[in-house]
Write a protein of this length. Structure first.
Length: 77
């Protein structure tokens, strides 16, 4: 599956084994056009790569879609 995602300003807390972990919500579409969102807790590049452009891009955030904006600030898994 291929998914194209954009970072949003929305951050929620996921409870994993009783520990609160912040996750930024990313919104996007699958290659076939299905809308989706992902809860990203970590993202990285390989150590041997120049990450300056990647790090600059990570500072860009869009407003969340209305359905994502309605997600509670605290998620329980």
């Amino acid at each position: 599956m291929e998914v194209s995602l954009k970072s949003t300003t929305k951050i929620v807390e996921l409870l994993v084994d009783g520990v609160a972990i912040p996750a930024r919500i990313w919104c996007g579409y699958t290659a076939s056009g299905v809308a989706c969102h992902a809860y990203i807790t970590r993202i990285a590049v390989a150590r041997d790569q120049d990450s300056s452009e990647f790090e600059a891009d990570l500072k860009e955030h869009a407003a969340p879609t209305p359905d994502v904006a309605a997600i509670p600030l605290r998620m329980i898994l």
